[in-house]
Design a protein around this ligand. Sequence first.
Ligand code: TNX
Length: 529
Amino acid sequence: MAARRDRLARLSLLGLVLLGCVAPPPAETPQGGPKTPVSFGAPSGPATRSKLVPLPKVLREDEGELELSSSARIVADSASAPTAQQLAEVLRRSTGFELTVVPPPAKAGDIELVLAAGDAALGDEGYALDVSDRATLRAAKPAGLFYATTTLRELLPPEVEAASVQSGVSWKMARLHIEDAPRYSWRGFSLDVARHFFPFEDVKRLITLAAYHKLNRFHLHLTDDQGWRIEIKSWPKLAKVGGASQVGGGAGGFYTQEQFRELVTYADALHITLIPEIDMPGHVQAALAAYGELNRDGAAKEPYTGTDVGFSSLAFGDADTTRFVDDVLREVSSLTTGPYLHVGGDEARATNVLDYKAFLKQVGGVVRRYGKSPVAWCEAGEAGLPPGTVLQDWRVGCTGSATGVQNGMRVVASPAKQAYLDMQYDQSSPHGTHWAGFVELQQAYEWEPSVPGVPTEAIIGIESALWSEHVPDRAAADYLIFPRLPGHAELAWSGKRYNFAEYRLRLAQHGKRLAALGVGFYRSPQVDW
Ligand code: TNX
C-alpha cells in the first residue's frame, strides 16, 4: 500500500516535471526525486544567468561584451587593494596576464574595485557589479567587494579557474548590471576532522572552495570519540594521545595551535569566520583515553576506532573535569578572531539529563568569560545557555530549538535529510552513509529552512555538514560535498527560491568551473553535464 502510494506520488511528480513546473519532492520521500534527466531548454532570462551559482538578486544584461586583455589593470585604492590582489592572483594564474594593481583612475578595459561608504545600502556583504567598457565592482565593505570578485570570475569562461595558463581562450564577458546581497547572515559548512583526520592543506583548500561559493562560516568539528585534533598546551596528551587514532584504526593527526591560527587567518582573508567545535559532554572518548584523571576510576579508556555514537560522557562535578573544560575553552578561545565557540552538546545519551543541563549552562558561562558566544547542537537549547547562543538544528523533533529561541537564542538549519553531506546520493555511492536517507541533488536543493516552533526571523542561516565516519580522504570528501554544496550555497545566498529544473542547467555550467578548480565531484544523473 505504502509502496503504491509512493509510486503514485512519483508518477504525479513526473507529470508536473513534464509540464515544466517542478513541485518540491513530497516531504517524506527520502530518495531525492526523479532520476531521469528531463530537458527544459535554456534557462529563461539573459545568457549570463546560466553561468551564475548562486544567482544574484538583480541581473540586467546589455548589448555587447568586454574582453579582458593583457593590457588590463586592476584599479584599487588602498582600502580595496587587498581584495584586488586576491583577484589578480586568481586571474593571473589562468590568463597569464600581468594584471598590475594600480591606484585610480581607471580607464577602458580595466577592472575597477571601489569601496564606498556611500554604498551603505549594499550592506555588509552586498555589492554592485557593472560591465561596460570596463568592469566596476562596488561595495560598502570588503566582504561585499570580495563577493563581487567571485561573481566576476563566473562571468568569464570556466577556464579562468584553472591553475595554469590557458591559451586560446578569449576572456569575454557580457556587458551587464548586477546588484546583490545575501539572504542569510550565516552561510556555513562544517567539516568533521575527528572521525577521519584531514590534513592542514585539505582544510585550507576546502576553505577556499567555501569562499568561492560565498559561504562565510567554516565550522571544524575538532573533537569526538575517535580523535582529538587540536593541540592544547596545558593538556598535551589530548592531541598527542587522543589525536593518534581515527575510524578504522589509521594514524589520525592533529593541528598545532600555530597551524590552527594560520587557518583562522587564511579564512579571515576570505571573509570566513572559523568556528572551532569542542564537543561535550558526550563524544569525548579520545579525551578519556588521553587522561586517566578525566575518568571516575582514574584509568584511561581505550582509544575508539568504531562508528558508534552516544556512549561516552565527561564525569561531572569532578575537579579535574572542571579544570579540563576551563583550560580547553580558554586556549581554544584565544586562537580565533571570530565571536563563536561551538560546544557540541549532541547525542549525550550516556549523560543524565539534569547533569547535561547543569553542565552546559556552566560551559556557556565559561565561553562567555573567555569573550566568545556559544554555538551548540539543538538539544542544548533546553540547557540554559546564554541569550544569543546559536543552535544548530539537525534532526526532526529536536525541541531544543524552539525552547532556545524563547530564551533569546537563534537557529541555524542543518537538516540531515537535505544538508548532511555524508549521506549517500543513492545505493551505489561508494562513500557515505544513509541513516537519514539517500540525498540526491534535487533533494539537497529544493527545501526551505524551517524548524517547528521557531519563527522564520529566528533562523539566521543554514549549514551543510560533512561528517566523516565514512569519508576516508579528500577524494571521498570532494565526491560527497560537490555538487550538493553549491545548491546549499544558493539557498543560503539567494533571496528567492528557484526550482531544480532551472537550477540543474546552471549547475551543468558550474560543473565546468568545479572541474577547472580540480574538484572531483559526483556527476549526478539528474544533470546533463
Ligand atoms: C549525527 S549530527 C551526529 C554525528 C554523526 C552524524 C553522522 C550530530 C549532531 N551528531 O555525530 O557523525 O550523525 O551522519
